[in-house]
Write a protein that binds this ligand. Structure first.
Ligand code: GLC
Ligand code: MG
Length: 521
């Protein structure tokens, strides 16, 4: 059987609000993506992952879905998605969407009906409603915290006007968790999956894929923490409950009717054996392994992240996935220390990532070397800012719109100077227009790297062999012969034998400088 299209694919994550605005409302949209497909084709990506574009009040920018089988008018409606699918397929680019099965928007008709119907109704059984504890039920049913800060429960006012039950929301109060013990929930998700797959969508990234199932009795958390990264699964009853795997098997059976489609889970689970369960042959095709994202620029840590991610996939003969950034984490140049050094390190890590076997995810703007943006308080839009009582700034800093051209904001992103997040004027130096013709730009660097990865036989094979390396460096070889060297130390190092086909920084007298990586064929 030939390897599926996604097994070595470069996915490009489009955050639709921030890619390109076609209608001048200051928010990116799907016709904006369609208009820039030439750019993505030239970059060499195989597929696009679109963050949610379904109908939503946009409290969490689309992760609060009010109608899972329609496209929000903010993004151009269903017709705009059809145009994008057709145009992308015409260029050989696949389109994957984001699916949000753990929760809906509080504006979803199901939740509105649940509020109206009152305690004990079948409508309430689609969500997780419980009576409170303490006197008059005035305290939440358990001690769970929302990922976005504050309690994971909100009390409702009953139809008779009295304070009543509480409902669970692992994220914002506007994102009530669905009750996956209720068969109606999967039946509806199946309709949603088939609706989009029949329209030609090539797969889904599945949001909070380690969520959905809840433990019987909803026991308290032992350690009350908000974060959803699981280093020790047993501590956190909110995620990674056994029942989740039967849900993935149900989802997979639907996918199996659409042989072309891929299911990619967002799986914040660290333990290799636990992680591997999500990518067993009858569950997800791919799972995001976030070890590399969480790793400092340190040779031993990077190697450990790679080894663990590969070991987790190998346990069940699955394909590993790699990513350095997304819409939820600080941009790589900022994580690695900011400034020129942070950028150099990010580019070095890009060569490491693109040298690895498996599927790779590039987040829009990464190919331009965009850093996080320090936004003023009044510009912040992430619900985390409000929910944390203005203690956590949230994720807006990595979601600022793409600078396309010109010398001043909004840099061709929109015709509207009021973009949904402001674009800093310093990004004049980072526009696509400035970088596209410059052979030394970050964009040219990405294009060449993706092109080599796609076309050179040295990238063949599924395994990685670690070679002897100087201190603070790592060196590995692919089956096809590609050698990747990362220098995370403080002195230049000699390179092994071979032709240097790409490097993230100019060599110094034939040596690889610190904070750099090189590919040898
Ligand atoms: C996922 C998304 C994140 C969203 C959350 C709730 O982690 O990546 O952006 O806020 O789920 O849906
Ligand atoms: Mg728009």
């Amino acid at each position: 059987m030939p390897a599926p299209w996604w097994s070595q694919a470069v996915f490009y994550q489009v955050y639709p609000r921030s890619f390109r605005d076609s209608d001048g409302d200051g928010v990116g949209d799907l016709d904006g993506v369609t208009a820039r497909l030439d750019y993505l084709q030239r970059l060499g990506v195989d597929a696009i992952w679109l963050n949610p574009v379904m109908v939503s009040p946009m409290v969490d920018h689309g992760y609060d879905v009010a109608d899972a089988r329609d496209v929000d008018s903010l993004f151009g409606g269903l017709a705009a998605l059809d145009r994008l699918i057709e145009a992308a397929h015409g260029r050989g680019i696949k389109i994957t969407m984001d699916l949000v099965p753990n929760h809906t928007s509080s504006h979803h008709p199901w939740f509105q009906a649940a509020l109206r119907a009152g305690p004990g109704s079948v409508e309430r059984e689609r969500y997780i409603f419980r009576d409170g504890t303490g006197r008059d039920g005035g305290r939440p049913p358990n001690n769970w915290l929302s990922i976005f800060g504050g309690p994971a429960w909100t009390r409702v006012v009953e139809p008779d006007g009295r304070p009543g039950q509480w409902y669970l929301h692992l994220f914002d109060a506007e994102q009530p968790d669905l009750n996956w013990d209720n068969p109606e929930v999967f039946e509806d998700l199946e309709k949603t999956l088939r609706f989009w797959l029949e329209r030609g969508v090539d797969g889904f990234r599945i949001d909070v894929a380690h969520g959905m199932a809840k433990p019987p009795g909803l026991p308290d958390m032992k350690v009350a923490k908000a974060e959803m990264v699981l280093s020790d699964m047993d501590d956190d009853p909110r995620f990674n409950n056994d029942g989740v795997h039967e849900i993935h098997r149900q989802i997979r059976r639907v996918f199996d009717d659409y042989a072309h489609a891929v299911a990619i889970g967002e799986v914040w689970v660290y333990d290799n054996e636990q992680f591997s369960r999500y990518v067993r042959p009858d569950e997800l095709h791919l799972g995001f392994n976030f070890r590399l994202v969480r790793t400092r620029f340190d040779a031993a840590e990077v190697r450990a992240a790679i080894e663990n991610a590969m070991a987790a996939a190998d346990l069940v003969d699955a394909t590993p996935t790699w990513t350095l950034s997304n819409h939820d984490v600080d941009r790589a140049p900022t994580r690695y220390g900011g400034g020129q050094r942070g950028l150099s390190r990010a580019l070095a890590m890009t060569l490491v990532m693109l040298a690895l076997p498996g599927a790779v995810f590039v987040y829009n703007g990464e190919e331009l070397g965009l850093p996080n943006v320090d936004l003023p308080d009044e510009a912040l839009r992430d619900p985390i800012w409000e929910r944390s009582g203005h203690t956590l700034r949230g994720r807006d800093a990595c979601r600022v719109p793409i600078p396309w051209d010109g010398d001043a904001p909004p840099f061709g992103f929109s015709t509207n100077p009021q973009t949904w997040l402001p674009i800093p004027s310093e990004w004049a130096a980072l526009t696509v227009e400035k970088q596209v013709g410059d052979p030394n730009s970050t964009l040219s660097f990405y294009r060449r790297a993706i092109d080599l990865r796609r076309n050179r036989p040295e990238f063949d094979g599924r395994s990685v062999e670690w070679l002897d390396s100087p201190d603070d460096c790592l060196v590995f070889r692919r089956d096809g012969g590609l050698v990747c060297v990362l220098n995370a130390g403080s002195a230049a190092v000699a390179l092994p034998e071979g032709e240097v086909v790409h490097a993230s920084a100019p060599l110094v007298e034939g040596n690889l400088p610190p904070d750099a990586a090189a590919w040898l064929a």
